[in-house]
Each structure stands twice: as structure tokens, then as C-alpha cells.
Design a protein around this ligand. Structure first.
Ligand code: ZN
Length: 228
């Protein structure tokens, strides 16, 4: 009787140990499972097409479509923002500035290529694959989370023969809102946008939203929250 009980106790201990090991082991693989089955909130256009919020937590819907207009230098933007963009550039040029759209609409494939290129560049600098990927993602948005895939964002550069980058960025930061554009990733909002300061990246949100965002000194994430 006693022997049996001892045996049973032993078995119980072994079983509990296995269970514990199992839990520890499972917890260790959980982060990886999390990567595979990552839950992606899909960006919503509930406040209008111009206010769709796309960031690392809100992915562009798979069925998102956009009608594009091609600029004179071959870059493309959502046709609905083209008139405002042209108006803004006309105004800047009238003040003597030289500027151009360096990057407009991008496909998910292009975004993927840019990300992979950046990862490669870091690897060539000697970073491990994991580190290189982490560092690259600080600079380049993961496909599905870039506003460039919406066609609503443009990277504006200076035409160096006419203006410095600083002059162009300065003008845009003060005037873009009048044309419905916002500086999407301000220096003082990186903890909210989770994106580095990008003085060249402008996003169309429409005149009303742009005015509010500019005058209240908030970012798009904060503005959307005021609507909720
Ligand atoms: Zn950009």
C-alpha cells in the first residue's frame, strides 16, 4: 500500500514537472507564434477617405484601391489630392522656392523592396540579420503601414539649384496646412507616431483637419482621437 502511494506520488511529481516544463517552453515560443499570427487592425475610413489613419498598428485594407494622377516627373499621387498639391507647389514656387515630389505613391512591392534594401545595407555594415531588420524598421515602414501606399502622402525635396532643404521644409511647415497637407511625423510626436522625424513627408488630410492639426500642434493620431 505504502509503496504504491509512493509510486503514485513520484508519478505525480514527474507529471507536474513535465507540465511546468511545458508551460515554460510554451511561453518561450509564444513570441514567435505572436509574430506568425499577429493581429493587425485594419485602417478605417470612417471619417472620410482623407482621414484614413495608417500606421504601424493600422494596416491598409487589402482591397484598398486608388485612382492615380501622374506628375510631370513620373511620380504618382491619388487624383483627389492632385489639385491641392499643385496649388501648394505653385504658391511655394511663386515665393522663389525650388521643390519637387521625390516620392509619391508606392505599391506594397516597392515598399517591401525599400525595406529589404535597408536591411541589406545594415547587414553590410556588420549588423546581424535580427539587428539589421530592427534598425531598418525604424526608418522604413513595413508594407501595409506606409502612407505612400495610399497615394495620399508625398516626400518633398528641395531642388538644390534653387533652395536648400531647410528653406523648403521651413516653408512647408508654415504653409502646407493652407492646402490641406500636414507634416505627418513631427519631431515632438515620435512617441505617438512611432516614426522618426520626417520634415519632408507631407500627408493630405483636407483643409479643415489640416488647420486643426496645425493650430493645435497635434499629430494625426491625436486628431483622430478627438473625433472618436
Ligand atoms: Zn514619406
Amino acid at each position: 500500500m505504502r509503496v504504491r502511494r509512493k509510486k503514485r506520488t513520484k508519478r505525480l511529481i514527474v507529471l507536474l514537472s513535465l507540465l511546468l516544463l511545458g508551460i515554460v517552453g510554451f511561453r518561450n515560443i509564444l513570441p514567435n507564434l505572436g509574430d506568425v499570427f499577429q493581429y493587425h487592425h485594419v485602417a478605417s475610413g470612417e471619417y472620410g477617405w482623407n482621414l484614413i489613419l495608417v500606421n504601424r498598428d493600422n494596416y491598409i485594407p487589402d482591397d484598398y484601391t486608388v485612382e492615380l494622377t501622374e506628375l510631370s516627373n513620373g511620380q504618382k499621387v491619388d487624383s483627389r489630392i492632385y489639385p491641392s498639391l499643385q496649388e501648394m507647389f505653385d504658391a511655394a514656387r511663386a515665393e522663389g522656392l525650388g521643390l519637387f515630389v521625390a516620392d509619391g505613391y508606392r505599391t506594397a512591392e516597392t515598399q517591401q523592396q525599400i525595406l529589404e534594401g535597408k536591411i541589406e545595407a545594415y547587414k553590410n555594415e556588420g549588423y546581424s540579420s535580427e539587428e539589421a531588420e530592427k534598425k531598418a524598421k525604424e526608418w522604413v515602414a513595413v508594407p501595409g503601414t506606409s502612407e505612400h501606399q495610399l497615394g495620399l502622402a508625398v516626400d518633398i525635396n528641395a531642388d538644390k539649384s534653387q533652395s536648400t532643404s531647410e528653406e523648403v521644409y521651413e516653408w512647408l511647415s508654415k504653409n502646407a496646412y493652407k492646402y490641406g497637407f500636414i507634416q505627418r511625423y513631427p519631431e515632438n510626436k515620435t512617441d505617438i507616431t512611432h516614426t522618426i522625424y520626417e520634415p519632408w513627408h507631407y500627408r493630405y488630410v483636407g483643409n479643415d483637419a489640416a488647420f486643426e492639426i496645425f493650430s493645435q500642434n497635434i499629430c494625426l493620431e491625436e486628431y483622430i482621437e478627438t473625433l472618436e
